[in-house]
Design a binder for this molecule. Sequence first.
Ligand SMILES: Cc1cc2nc3c(=O)[nH]c(=O)nc-3n(C[C@H](O)[C@H](O)[C@H](O)COP(=O)(O)O)c2cc1C
Length: 218
Amino acid sequence: MAGSYNSVINLNNFTKHIENNMADILVLYYSQTGAVRELATHIARGIDSVAGMSARVRTVPKVSTVTEAVAAAVPETGPPYVTSADLRECVGLALGSPTRFGNMAASLKYFIDGTGGEWMSGALVGKPASVFTSSSSMHGGNESTLLSMMLPLLHHGMVIVGVPYTETALSTTDQGGTPYGASHVAGADGARVVSDLEKSLAFAAGKRLAVLAGKLGP
Ligand SMILES: Cc1cc2nc3c(=O)[nH]c(=O)nc-3n(C[C@H](O)[C@H](O)[C@H](O)COP(=O)(O)O)c2cc1C
């Protein structure tokens, strides 16, 4: 059921994009309390600001410690669950996760661990990718999460795209935003809003990803 729902959406997008000569960049994230979801919207705005490029936003189901639990086929709110067709069809990838003990969240890792088919077929080889995260503390894994998220993407043959220091916010931010990718520092209670500098760096990350995807081509 979910497959057919997503397939219809993908088919409609795909047809519309072929007609309009548009290409999609996949913004794939997991977010439990909303911080990474907000970063994703700014990255998507950056992607959409580039002519001919469009953000395709997707998420993954939460992995449960109760192995019998089954998620609803279609999320009640937010973007649809990602499919392998999204990976194949998109010309680039922005991958986002909350920091979990200095690493990406299990729900996103679980999805990535299921991409053996795309790895074997080389579906992602040569496509650009950027990573983004949110952590509660500034020095509790914000950057290590970004670096570790790059590892499976390198195995997939993707071209990793960071944020250059020509983005002046990189030198002035005293919260998130790194050369390794967009990020947010949410604070111990998660209440800190995404700052203007964090937003501008997330936008820049999305825009740069889209520009480079256009240059690298399909
Ligand atoms: C199990 C668990 C582990 C976490 N580990 C870290 C960590 O290592 N470092 C850190 O700064 N924040 C850590 N956090 C906090 C989250 O990364 C932070 O709240 C993040 O902003 C949540 O993003 P979200 O709102 O998109 O879910 C952890 C949270 C949970 C629930």
